[in-house]
Design a protein around this ligand. Structure first.
Ligand SMILES: *[C@@H]1O[C@H](CO)[C@@H](O)[C@H](O)[C@H]1NC(C)=O
Ligand SMILES: *[C@@H]1O[C@H](CO)[C@@H](O)[C@H](O)[C@H]1NC(C)=O
Ligand SMILES: *[C@@H]1O[C@H](CO)[C@@H](O)[C@H](O)[C@H]1NC(C)=O
Ligand SMILES: *[C@@H]1O[C@H](CO)[C@@H](O)[C@H](O)[C@H]1NC(C)=O
Length: 659
């Protein structure tokens, strides 16, 4: 008996050792090698005991910059039929200037983008859009939202401003523009037209939704706010749509008008039905038969590419997810991004766009430009006259042969073809991003320089969308969702900019550590890694798995929990799991009378739904743990088996006994 029991104990001991080794290995792999000590919870918190002056007013239309070459905006009306922007009324939001120190973002800058350092309570921000309208304290005229028609409001606004645009095609709610590709239908590369000098460009705002999305009260006020503050406040410069991914192909939305309209009625809240555009996977298959996958994870841009094809009245297309929130004026935020992008030169723009811009270390943005330029010794950087083997670029050739002869003038004043909402990374140098090798049809394969700007949102020009559309439809050429638009922009010599908009984080760590984790060690001038000269290359971004705890705590990062925490506290409904007011995120400010103010920022993601559009960035620490554990476990088992076999062959200790 003892002879049988003895090896079992050994095997068990080996198993135990294997698992322990796996655990230790996992801890090593996922270790916090920066060993960052968070700053105190209240670091940077505006003085909670201050009794500052608070100036509250409606943002005036006159504060919004006009286009020098076009007639001025004609004010439009909001859902209550009141004129927006020019007077104090219930259709306008209110914002405050408060005489306290403004919370400092860890990345980006309000000043650099020309964003106001304003504050708003949830009631000031969302009051015009029905927030807390059920409460007796609601002091605005109530609106019958179900009979509000946002498409009609937008059309009315566009019509009033028709003189300012070249193409004034309105939203036609019953028109179904998406259709299948006809057999043999040709797809052409877009021609580059010079920027119109006397007409204001038109921009579509495309909200991404899907069948099964539950529109909560917050989703509704967020949509109303964004539409009113872009399309209506900007005199028709923007037109908002909801692009709905119909998951159930059996709805056959393209087989009859009736099926399509029924799906619109069933899947979209009444007030937005006029601005809904529906697609399903069969549409993507029809246009992109050579692309292996059409699902969101791989090809989130395909529907937007088709939107660009079928809605040619627009010059630019913002793709926004439903889990984005603007705690300040949404229109001004988006305009600040495009104003910044327009003013940027093309030279070295991809290099600059990789930096998590921190004014403390980089100075003004022009200092960052000069530092990147010094690192590149005045060269053009990777985006200058870039060519890949797969096609000829459609973008303009550089105006001079030697980039040193361009004193950062090329591209200044030109609309960007791609505006990223987060810094970009060089995919070839990423260590553990799950899709770093994913491509289809590239001649040089993974040797092709590819770029990713997270998350898969941003503003694309029609030219860029049609160029990606052509490559996918005709050449069967594809890269992963977040890689698509930045890479096609660079491959085609189009202008790409990642404006450094303000982002906060929690917990806070010393800024120098943050700079090192996000941008890499050393100052800008020391970034000379071949292939990445002049680029940021922070460990937290290039080796994401062990550093996930760093990136997942920013106010703008696809997998961060911080935006929800801010939003819950701001909306005064307690954090998920607690109501402790001392836990108020440091960037919010509570006034003496208990109102909670938020600074002006863009949050992502604020979850009201399981959002299927968010894309995971890598395998994640748990997968590493499992992999490490399993590998060590198998090795130990093999060792145990070998030992058992040798013992058995030697016949030393035991042969199984049969009684
Ligand atoms: C508005 O429409 C939605 C969806 O059709 C419905 O659930 C809701 O009860 C309506 N609300 C009012 C006030 O009619
Ligand atoms: C860029 O670098 C070149 C070469 O070092 C230099 O001559 C030029 O003045 C720099 N330009 C700027 C704006 O820093
Ligand atoms: C937090 O406070 C709000 C308002 O007082 C209350 O409705 C909510 O239930 C509280 N939440 C928790 C988790 O205690
Ligand atoms: C919407 O709500 C239903 C019912 O509560 C739920 O089953 C579904 O998962 C929700 N959808 C999403 C996208 O969260």
């Amino acid at each position: 008996m003892t002879k049988v029991g003895f090896p079992r104990i050994r095997v068990l001991a080996l198993l135990f050792i294997a698992l322990s080794l796996g655990l230790v290995g996992t801890l090593l792999v996922t270790r916090d090698d920066a060993r960052l000590e968070p700053l105190p919870l209240a670091h940077g918190r505006p003085d909670p005991n201050a009794r500052p002056a608070i100036k509250t007013a409606s943002p005036r239309e006159t504060n919004i910059k006009e286009w020098s070459f076009a007639p001025p905006r004609v004010p439009c009306v909001g859902p209550r039929g009141l004129v927006l922007g020019s007077e104090e009324n219930d259709d306008n939001l209110r914002e405050s200037i408060i005489d306290i120190s403004y919370p400092r973002p860890f990345v980006g800058s309000h000043e650099t983008l020309g964003l106001g350092q304003t504050w708003m309570t949830a009631a000031e921000r969302y009051g015009p859009y029905g927030w807390e309208e059920e409460k007796p304290s609601y002091d605005r005229i109530k609106v019958a939202w179900n009979s509000t028609d946002w498409a009609a409001l937008q059309n009315q606004c566009l019509e009033r401003n028709a003189r300012r645009f070249k193409d004034t095609t309105p939203i036609r709610p019953t028109e179904r523009r998406f259709r299948m590709r006809k057999p043999g239908e040709e797809v052409r590369l877009p021609a580059i037209h010079p920027q119109a000098a006397e007409h204001v460009p038109r921009t579509a705002i495309v909200f991404r939704a899907f069948e099964g999305y539950n529109y909560t009260k917050e989703d509704l006020v967020n949509l109303r706010a964004t539409i009113a503050e872009t399309a209506l406040r900007y005199g028709g410069e923007y037109t908002a749509f909801i692009l709905v991914d119909v998951k159930n192909k059996e709805r056959n939305i393209f087989s009859s008008e009736e099926n399509y309209q029924r799906a619109v009625r069933e899947l979209v809240p009444p007030e937005f039905q006029g601005m809904a555009v529906l697609f399903d996977e069969t549409l993507l298959q029809s246009w992109y038969p050579r692309i292996k996958s059409h699902i969101t994870t791989y090809q989130v841009m395909q529907p937007l590419q088709l939107f660009g094809l079928f809605y040619p009245e627009f010059d630019h297309y913002w793709q926004l997810e439903l889990d984005v929130r603007f705690t300040g004026h949404a229109g001004r935020y988006l305009a600040a991004m495009s104003d910044f992008a327009r003013a940027q030169p093309r030279k070295q723009s991809i290099e600059r766009s990789t930096w998590f811009y921190m004014p403390t270390f980089h100075g003004n943005y022009s200092d960052l430009l000069a530092a990147v330029n010094a690192t590149l010794e005045g060269g053009g950087g990777l985006g200058w006259d870039m060519r890949i083997q797969d096609f000829e670029p459609i973008g303009p050739r550089p105006p001079v042969d030697d980039p040193r002869d361009d004193n950062f003038e090329w591209g200044v004043g030109e609309e960007a073809d791609f505006i990223a909402v987060g810094p970009c990374t060089h995919v070839q140098y990423m260590v553990d991003w799950a899709w770093r090798h994913w491509y289809q049809g590239l001649r040089a394969g993974t040797g092709t320089p590819r770029w990713m700007c997270q998350p898969a949102m941003g503003r694309a020009s029609r030219t860029l969308l049609l160029a990606a559309h052509h490559a996918q439809a005709v050449q069967g050429l594809a890269v992963h969702s977040e890689v698509t638009l930045p890479s096609f922009a660079l491959w085609h010599g189009l202008k790409l900019v990642a404006p450094p908009h303000p982002v906060y984080r929690d917990p806070q760590w010393p800024l120098d550590k943050m700079n090192e984790m996000y941008n890499g060690p050393g100052d800008v001038e020391s970034h000379k890694k071949p292939g990445m000269v002049g680029m940021a290359r922070g460990e937290a971004i290039y080796r994401i798995t062990p550093h996930a705890y760093i990136t997942t705590s920013a106010s703008f990062w696809y997998s961060s929990a911080f935006p929800d925490k801010i939003y819950d506290a701001w909306l005064s409904r307690g954090f998920r799991g607690g109501n402790d007011s001392d836990d108020l995120p440091y960037l919010l400010w509570r006034s003496e009378d208990g109102k909670i103010y938020a600074p002006n920022m863009m949050l992502h993601p604020v979850k009201t739904n399981e959002n299927l559009i968010d894309l995971p960035a890598g395998p994640g620490p748990v997968a590493y743990a499992a992999m490490g554990g399993v590998v060590v476990f198998i090795l130990c088992l093999a060792a145990a088996g070998l030992r058992w076999w040798r013992l058995r062959r030697g016949g030393l200790l035991y042969t199984p006994l049969r009684r």
